[in-house]
Design a protein around this ligand. Structure first.
Ligand code: PCA
Length: 119
């Protein structure tokens, strides 16, 4: 079992939320400052942003190994689109850190989204 922070299409109501069917929702959460979102069109990419003071809003889930493998495939880990990394969370009653998908390609020129993906 793995704790995962999701911030984009995997959130409840999001286009890829069905990938989390049957997994455990822990609650809403936010990263520590130092992260922000860019738009890749249909989904956001989260990147490290040293000057950021707000962090990124999302959801905490606990997923089983089969689901995690599906998510890795969905997020294109093999193609180097996203990497799965640890992220520190803003203080909350649920957890101090989680795994998340960070966008790995250059974000120069992509539309900035800020701290929450509402798509
Ligand atoms: N799916 C993953 C990463 C970006 C996206 O759209 C997520 O929701 O966290």
């Amino acid at each position: 079992m793995t704790r995962v922070f999701v911030y984009g299409t995997l959130k409840r109501g999001g286009a890829n939320h069905a990938f989390l069917a049957g997994q455990q929702f822990l609650g809403p959460a936010r990263t520590q400052p130092g992260f922000t979102l860019y738009s890749l069109g249909d989904c956001p990419g989260m990147v490290r942003a040293p000057g950021d003071t707000a962090g990124v809003a999302g959801e905490l889930w606990v997923v089983d190994d089969a689901c995690l493998a599906e998510l890795d495939r969905l997020e294109g880990l093999d193609e180097g689109l996203y990497e799965r990394a640890d992220v520190l969370l803003a203080p909350n009653p649920l957890a101090a850190s989680a795994r998340t998908y960070l966008y790995t390609r250059p974000h120069h020129g992509l539309p900035p989204v800020g701290s929450e993906w509402l798509g």
